[in-house]
Ligand binder design. Structure first.
Ligand SMILES: [Mg+2]
Length: 213
């Protein structure tokens, strides 16, 4: 596909909260308490662990989950401006989330015209319990961010994230904006990265690349 693409995480990045994890703890408390520590300790893969947790949540809970997400989400400062500026500078903005695509779409609706695509976990609600699936599934993850990156095959790329689920992507991305745990991992691996607290911090990167062309 090529071109200039921005790969931006959702939980803890566009929104300040870890909404997906909060959703799991709220709607699947027993299985989350059992399986999340196993995932964090790397004894269970994200793919198998998340599937195990999500498949305990009744499909009927979905509307209540949507309410929970909408109530909990706070957009990080500068995102609206960043989305508009990236489009004006010739970048295509992708949101890539390990959480529910539909939930990200709900929160991002006011900004949607400035976003090229939202990729994440899809969910089948036709049975009694949620059934998660994704076209981006790998051996370890339900949503493999490197798989999305490979699909777009960017000529230029900026990656923005905050946690371990962004690490594999950040390792291959030429320009990375990181905060929180992702910044620590990259620091430890001595890879180049830039810090951000708000999306205003990332605006100069768009202008620099734009001016260079
Ligand atoms: Mg995140």
């Amino acid at each position: 596909m090529s071109g200039r693409w921005i790969f931006c995480d959702f939980d803890g990045t566009i929104v300040e909260e870890e909404i997906f994890v909060a959703l799991l703890r709220r709607f699947a408390p027993v299985e989350s308490a059992r399986t999340l520590p196993e995932i964090y300790a790397l004894r269970v893969s994200l793919r198998d662990g998340l599937r195990r947790i999500l498949e305990t949540i009744p499909s009927a809970a979905w509307p209540e989950m949507e309410d929970f997400v909408v109530r909990s989400a706070h957009i990080r400062a500068g995102f609206a401006e960043f989305a508009e500026a990236s489009r004006a500078a010739g970048w295509s903005l992708l949101v890539v989330t390990g959480g529910f695509q539909a939930m990200a779409e709900l929160v991002l609706a006011p900004f949607r015209s400035a976003i090229s695509a939202v990729h994440g976990l899809e969910v089948d609600r036709s049975g009694p319990f949620l059934h998660p699936y994704s076209p981006w599934e790998s051996a370890d993850e339900l949503v493999s961010k490197p798989a999305v990156y490979a699909h777009y095959a960017p000529e230029q790329a900026i990656c923005i994230g905050d946690s371990v689920t962004d690490l594999a992507l950040a390792r291959q991305c030429p320009r990375v904006f990181a905060r929180d745990r992702l910044a620590e991992y990259l620091q430890r691996e001595q890879r180049p990265w830039q810090a951000f607290e708000t999306f205003f911090d990332i605006l100069p990167a768009l202008e620099a690349v734009h001016a260079a062309r």
